[in-house]
Design a protein around this ligand. Sequence first.
Ligand SMILES: *[C@@H]1O[C@H](CO)[C@@H](O)[C@H](O)[C@H]1NC(C)=O
Ligand SMILES: *[C@@H]1O[C@H](CO)[C@@H](O)[C@H](O)[C@H]1NC(C)=O
Ligand SMILES: *[C@@H]1O[C@H](CO)[C@@H](O)[C@H](O)[C@H]1NC(C)=O
Ligand SMILES: *[C@@H]1O[C@H](CO)[C@@H](O)[C@H](O)[C@H]1NC(C)=O
Ligand SMILES: *[C@@H]1O[C@H](CO)[C@@H](O)[C@H](O)[C@H]1NC(C)=O
Ligand SMILES: *[C@@H]1O[C@H](CO)[C@@H](O)[C@H](O)[C@H]1NC(C)=O
Ligand SMILES: *[C@@H]1O[C@H](CO)[C@@H](O)[C@H](O)[C@H]1NC(C)=O
Length: 580
Amino acid sequence: MKNFAVQLLLLLISFLLNSRNGIEASTCSNSIDPIKYRIPKEQPYRTSYHFQPPQNWMNDPNAPMYYKGVYHLFYQHNPLAATFGDIIVWAHSVSYDLINWIHLNIALEPSGPYDINSCWSGSATILPGEKPAILYTGIDHYKNEVQNLAIPKNLTDAFLREWEKHPQNPVMTPPTGVEEDNFRDPSTAWHGKDGKWRVIVGAQNGDEGKTILYQSEDFVNWTVNPNPFFATDNTGVCECPDFFPVYINSTNGVDTSVDNSSVRHVLKISYLRKQHDYYFLGKYVSDKENFVPDVEFTGTSKDLRFDYGKFYASKSFFDYAKNRRILWGWVNESDSTQDDIEKGWAGLQTIPRKVWLDKSGKRLMQWPIEEIENLRHKQISITGEKLEGGSTLEISGINVSQVDVEVLFELPELESGDWLEDPSEVDPQLLCSKQHASRSGKIGPFGLLALASKDLTEETAVSFQIFRASNRYLCLMCSDQSRSSLRNDLDKTTYGTIFDIDPNLKTISLRTLIDKSIIESFGDGGKAVITSRVYPLLAIEKDAHLYVFNNGSQSVVISKLNAWSMKQAEIGHEGNINCA
Ligand SMILES: *[C@@H]1O[C@H](CO)[C@@H](O)[C@H](O)[C@H]1NC(C)=O
Ligand SMILES: *[C@@H]1O[C@H](CO)[C@@H](O)[C@H](O)[C@H]1NC(C)=O
Ligand SMILES: *[C@@H]1O[C@H](CO)[C@@H](O)[C@H](O)[C@H]1NC(C)=O
Ligand SMILES: *[C@@H]1O[C@H](CO)[C@@H](O)[C@H](O)[C@H]1NC(C)=O
Ligand SMILES: *[C@@H]1O[C@H](CO)[C@@H](O)[C@H](O)[C@H]1NC(C)=O
Ligand SMILES: *[C@@H]1O[C@H](CO)[C@@H](O)[C@H](O)[C@H]1NC(C)=O
Ligand SMILES: *[C@@H]1O[C@H](CO)[C@@H](O)[C@H](O)[C@H]1NC(C)=O
């Protein structure tokens, strides 16, 4: 009973502190540290180096761009609650390195009949003379969706604090063949060889999902193309379309308007019904103004996704300062709405990723931006350590609740992998679920146990297993949340994907970014990415452990492992960002 009374008192104190200082107090201070009593700290799940608003709800990233030495990120935000709301605005933050962020005032909020019921997602385009312009979706007076234009008030302000809505708004209204409440999320525009701008907007008509192309000479007067840019049956609305070129022979990024024989094109769609971001490599047929994907959408696990875990409404931009294309995506919570209300916040953005075309030309590669390495702090290294089947090895001595870990595994002969009869019929998510990692294969499952409790009652296994099929080898990559927490009120869906590997592959890499309640894993150099959200009860802060494990019958060798504690990123309001 005595312990209980102390707990109540501590909770009361933390509540008072928290309500006085807002959520930042809990991110930036370690004020209450109950030494003897096991109480959950008030914010064990709040991240330390991922982008989050100071409080309340966040969903889609909007209009990421680089302008005059400053990176901008806008995002969908409910300023009043930790849940999606009737009024959504564009919050705005800026950064010099995409890691440490300064929160600014709201950039766009309802103000006219064309957006009075919310300012939904959109994108930025840098017009000639280095003039940024934003096209965004307004929920109008009739609750229809229209597209609006906003431009900065003061171009000499590199923070672009204030935005002006164009007097001719709305600049696009739902055209024929598009549902009035399913017409949204304009992309970044590109400049055609005829000097006209083109932009695509997501839409739906019945079961058909489509993206509609508009053209303009002046960015204000837009003309709809009668034929869809891209359409799919039985998919429902195409949200947040993103369309961009990638170099065929380089990992560098390229400006959105480039269209020549050095590039291929990528179209990304966030299918609302699937709640996933799918991308298509294909051909932009500029004289017909449409996009022809190399491979049709199938609605199965064969479709390419940026991320096979929790990741939606992503958006990319060309960072001309470093000649790279950067991708951001929204990572939802997987606890309950009630939990979000209690936490006071919901929603993360991934660590920004560099994206480029794989040498095979058949998929994109992704890798955390190099700036994240500046947060690396205390390091642990292991080389040439053999992991027998059924063994685990703890990585200790660093802060493993906020860590960046890179492991290179040396594989046995691929010939000894498990046989897979018909790879094209495999559902990787299914194969990964149901305690996959505890069943012994031949080569794997092996990988990491992230945010694990000492006794392993809680752990999230991120693993690989190698298979052979006729004439090919494959790697199954899984992130298994089924034992991630003793809590039962969570979405613990297991995620997985399977991809071809080089028959001469000798090693395979796994990079995992762990940050309190998010685990982002990059397999085989960035060929496959899985992001998950977990909310352990035991494996928090000092009680979080990290292990390398091998549950295959064959041994694997940790050829090289480096793990770094990550410093907290400085994320806060202007003039008040020094939380560290
Ligand atoms: C525009 O921004 C610059 C740089 O922040 C500032 O010095 C200037 O006063 C601003 N001009 C106006 C009219 O607000
Ligand atoms: C808008 O553009 C179309 C097509 O270029 C043109 O026919 C029309 O006159 C323009 N309208 C205005 C108001 O500029
Ligand atoms: C890419 O590089 C390969 C090998 O160097 C070359 O054969 C091919 O022509 C290049 N393709 C393009 C589009 O530059
Ligand atoms: C395509 O455009 C890029 C960017 O301007 C340029 O670097 C490249 O050389 C161009 N390729 C060809 C084949 O013109
Ligand atoms: C967000 O999470 C909630 C709760 O887990 C889920 O119902 C919803 O489908 C998710 N949405 C997306 C876009 O992931
Ligand atoms: C890990 O970092 C967090 C936040 O910076 C801190 O509260 C905790 O004490 C650290 N744990 C260890 C073991 O250093
Ligand atoms: C590895 O296998 C053992 C024995 O089946 C099992 O107890 C353990 O949970 C497995 N590890 C993982 C990460 O599933």
